[in-house]
Design a protein around this ligand. Structure first.
Ligand code: SF4
Ligand code: SF4
Length: 104
């Protein structure tokens, strides 16, 4: 489930790529993606909502098979939205549970 449903980035511009031949179906990308871009079907990851990707890079960094690539940090609009909503520093929710933000 997306952290902020309804908020989306520009359509058709994300650099996200998935190599299903390399994917092992572990599901890590589903767990770490803050925007519910992936699902696992028949033991392979599937991009179910490409334009929801904010290029935070969490999936690429955490995929153990290196099956996901994305050029991260070039347009994390989610972080900007969050900063506007909270008055805090940019944070799209893709950082560690220690509170560090990968996009700031
Ligand atoms: S994290 Fe990588 S290997 Fe695991 S399901 Fe996602 S794409 Fe496949
Ligand atoms: S880059 Fe971030 S928002 Fe895009 S699919 Fe990966 S984890 Fe999800």
């Amino acid at each position: 489930m997306s952290l902020l449903p309804g908020l989306r980035y520009l359509p058709g511009v994300t650099t996200l790529k998935l190599d299903q031949n390399t994917c092992t179906g572990c599901g890590v990308c589903v767990e770490v993606c803050p925007h519910a871009v992936f699902e696992v079907s028949d033991r392979k990851a599937v991009i179910k909502d490409l334009d929801a990707c904010m290029e935070c890079g969490a999936c690429s960094r955490n995929c153990p098979a290196k099956a996901v690539t994305v050029t991260a940090g070039v347009g994390c609009a989610q972080a900007i939205f969050n900063a506007m909503l909270t008055g805090g520093p940019p944070d799209c929710g893709c950082g560690s549970d220690q509170g560090s933000a990968c996009c700031s």
